[in-house]
Design a protein around this ligand. Structure first.
Ligand code: GKR
Ligand code: MG
Length: 423
């Protein structure tokens, strides 16, 4: 006779906004605040499972539709969650054929946001860390990479808070200084440069400066689909021998397949192979050799493990993608990454760029470039309710409801277009 678990009694989603530096990318520049949603799933005996997801209006609307349908569910009933999320988001009957969604990013995101909170509750009820609920860990610590950005010194409009401590980074020396500080502060053992901002030759020059300063650190560059196939072919000789992998030089599965035919290094993606439904074509075209997983849009932590398993079948490397995020997401990333045998590369994280937190005790700390999953039952992190209230007030007053890096960039360059390929 299965034991009776406490049922879900309430679900809350709180949109928040936190400070974000003026980081440059192919689309434009980060706005002064990044948006997220904090998900709380509370059981009838007062336990609270946490999740963190996107904070745009579409995500918030989907979370709001699903939340009430979860009341009364057992937190161990992940298929029950999937069915309710499917019905709420698609308006269609769940047939059991679709878990998680084959290509619907919005549905996979919403399902995943709640799945993390359910798994957090499972760990709390069982008295086990989340990595144990996920089948046990294969590593004690999860390596992360130093994620470098070209950036402006400060935001164009006064955001009501002081400029960040990183300063400007629009030339090679400034990028190397940024890398040195990030490696010194966190001990990262590999380096990723966000690209697609300047001419590829200039950005590759930055890579060469990084190679000189860090002879042994694996390097990656990510133009977010900002280069054409022809441009990528032209610069390929310059990249030969410099990179651990080349991330999303071009913007489609077909183009990535073309690049793979002449690339001298593996190609990675968080842009073209982003749902289970993309995998057959991706494999057929050999578009990418490394998939950067992300539980926020692949459908949760178990979906991330499933992706890794598929990666083993097809010989794909697995690592992790990141957007601007806080500690609940980082804890979830560390727990699932600790369970994935074929996590072959250090994971991405924007976390060092964030100064605000929503978890009790403040920011999690990398040591030696890695993070152990937080200790305790479930995720091992709890909400700081004062911080949550502050970040929610920021959401209410910041005026941003959907990330728009291009609109922000037009404040500096009125003629800015984020059309791709840029080069
Ligand atoms: O926040 O500027 C950014 C990044 O470019 C982000 O939007 C990407 O999703 O970090 C991401 C990436 O690896 O492509
Ligand atoms: Mg990327």
């Amino acid at each position: 006779m299965p034991r009776s678990n406490p049922r879900i009694a309430a679900v809350r989603t709180t949109p928040i906004a936190f400070r974000d530096p003026p980081l440059l990318n192919v689309a434009g520049v980060h706005e002064a605040f990044a948006l997220r949603s904090i998900i709380e799933v509370e059981t009838e005996d007062g336990r609270i499972g946490l999740g963190e997801s996107y904070g745009d209006l579409e995500t918030l609307a989907n979370l709001a539709k699903i939340g009430p349908l979860l009341v009364g569910l057992d937190p161990y009933d992940l298929n029950g969650l999937a069915a309710r999320a499917y019905q709420a988001v698609t308006g269609q009957e769940f047939t059991g054929q679709t878990y998680p969604a084959g290509g619907d990013k919005a549905l996979a995101s919403a399902t995943g946001a709640f799945e993390v909170a359910f798994l957090d509750l499972q760990g709390q009820i069982a008295g086990m860390p989340l990595w144990a609920i996920l089948g046990g860990k294969v590593r004690e610590r999860v390596p992360f990479s130093a994620y470098l950005f070209y950036k402006f010194k400060q935001h164009k409009d006064d955001p009501g808070y002081p400029a960040d401590e990183w300063g400007e980074a629009i030339d090679h020396a400034q990028i190397v200084a940024q890398a040195k500080r990030m490696v010194l502060d966190h001990g990262f053992g590999s380096i990723k440069l966000k690209a697609g901002v300047f001419e590829p030759d200039f950005e590759i020059e930055s890579l060469r400066a990084l190679r000189k300063a860090f002879p042994d650190h694996p390097l990656r560059i990510d133009p977010n689909g900002g280069w054409s196939v022809a441009t990528t072919k032209r610069v390929m000789p310059q990249l030969d021998g410099l990179l651990e992998y080349l991330e999303d030089p071009t913007g489609t599965l077909e183009e990535m397949g073309e690049v793979a035919a002449f690339a001298k290094m593996p190609l990675a993606t968080n842009m073209v192979t982003i749902a289970f439904g993309h995998i057959p074509k991706s494999v057929r075209l050999n578009s990418v050799q490394i998939v950067l997983s992300d539980h926020h849009y692949w459908g949760g932590l178990r979906a991330t493990q499933n992706l890794a398993q598929i990666g083993r079948v097809f010989g794909l490397g697995i690592s992790m993608h990141s957007n601007s995020h806080l500690g609940i997401s980082l804890a979830a990333m560390a727990h699932v990454a600790a369970t994935i045998p074929n996590l072959a590369y250090a994971c991405d994280t924007h976390y060092p760029w964030q100064v605000e937190e929503v978890i009790d005790g403040g920011k999690l700390k990398f040591e030696g470039g890695s993070l152990a999953p937080p200790q305790g039952h479930g995720l091992g992190v709890r909400l700081d309710r004062t911080a949550l209230a502050t970040l929610h007030r920021q959401y209410q007053t910041c005026g941003i409801r959907k990330r728009d890096d291009a609109k922000e960039m037009r404040k500096y360059r009125p003629d800015w277009s984020s059309a791709r390929p840029r080069f």
